[in-house]
Design a protein around this ligand. Sequence first.
Ligand SMILES: [Zn+2]
Length: 479
Amino acid sequence: MAESSEVNAMFDHLEDLEKSRTDWKIKVRVTRLWPTSNAESGVVKGFNLILLDDDNYHLHAYVYPDTWKAIGKDVKEGGVYIIESFQVRDTYGRLRPVSTNVDLRFLNSTKIQPVEDDIMIPLHKFEILEVGDLIEPGGQSEVDENPEYALDVIGMIEEWEPASRVPTRYGERETLRFKLSNGRVSYGVCLWGELAVTVSKEYESEKKKPVVAIIASSKLTTFRQELQIGALPSTRIYLNLNIEAVELFRKRLEAEGYKSPVVARRATITPTPATPVLMFSLRHLTEKITSLAEKSTVMVTFKISDIEDKENWWYYACQSCHEEVEKVERKYKCTVCPRSFSYGEKRFRLLVLADDNSFASTVLLTDRVVKRLEQTTVTNLMNSSKEAPISEMPSVLKNIVGKTVTVKISLSKSNVDGDSNIYRAVDLCEGSVSGKKAAEYSPITKFPSFDQSQTDDYVVCLETPTSSDSVSKKIKMEP
Ligand SMILES: [Zn+2]
């Protein structure tokens, strides 16, 4: 049976990592990197990384200094890496930088390999809350100074005071003060040391004022009976970042006034166990479906013969769990987490008719698959077709019809119970995309038996010459 590591598209998803194994292989961007130091002595106790994958899912990883030395790799913020063999653990502790219930622990045997940039892995990911939504109205006396998660707060910088040096019990230190506001509610921000210096320089050189700031991994504190946003060792501040959430926040503030704040609640996520991948034809899949386990994954090659639902080609997703959220006024409510955010992530969701000459079936192409196929995102597509209403499917997406793809399908409970024959494609096998070879393709002869070892089919999948619209240039093969 082919192992998942043989194909670029078959990197393990961060969302699927769980504790029973260490032989994971992921492709991620290191979005943030910071040391944990002893407050008194300054001795480094470990290194923290935030890892982000092409599904816009992130996890926290921790590395002991000895392990870091043993791995011996120079890792930089913003770089893309293939990382193999590490431990997955339950998260514990407060003020966690991401809201997942597992984190990673690198081992001496962990392999880190820098690779070329992958534009499908975003540069940043936040779980954004707006400054006006941090506290329920009237609830200001009960601030949890040590909550489960650190906060990613967005707001407009106001009442900027240039940095100054003040005496402290650690000696003279640089300090910076400003307010973070949404026009109605504002919190004081007080920064110290290197962070104060960096933010001060960036702010002074920023041309576009007022400046929208995202304060990532911060916490609420009370100082002289006033609420403040405080920095942690993990805190990063991004000014006028070129992302949709910042643009929307600025536009909304320009366009409208204050709305009642809503409290944010805690998120939980259930990890999906990893399972081996089998190659199937659609007919075999349909026939064998009730003998397969929920959450198991299979590979299927088919031609996209039609788009079944041209209306609902995207949705607003929860920034934490990716489930669909309900937009209530300007808040995005996730009933799964349950938690509300100030920003909804736009994700593809394309229901297509799949045909492999053995059978036709309905397949849901998830955001990751459509992104890889089209080499773009929902936001980019919307921005590039300004005149069209956003409910209408852009014509470039319709060109997906006729393409032959190999995808990984994750079976749902209703699939294996026989209640639903809509399959969910969670990954695209890169290099498999073809717009021309569909007619001569006969999966029945290729996959005569469900039980047969399917290693060769992966080779076929990798070596098929690809047409100009393919994404094969992204393939990375091991020597
Ligand atoms: Zn959620």
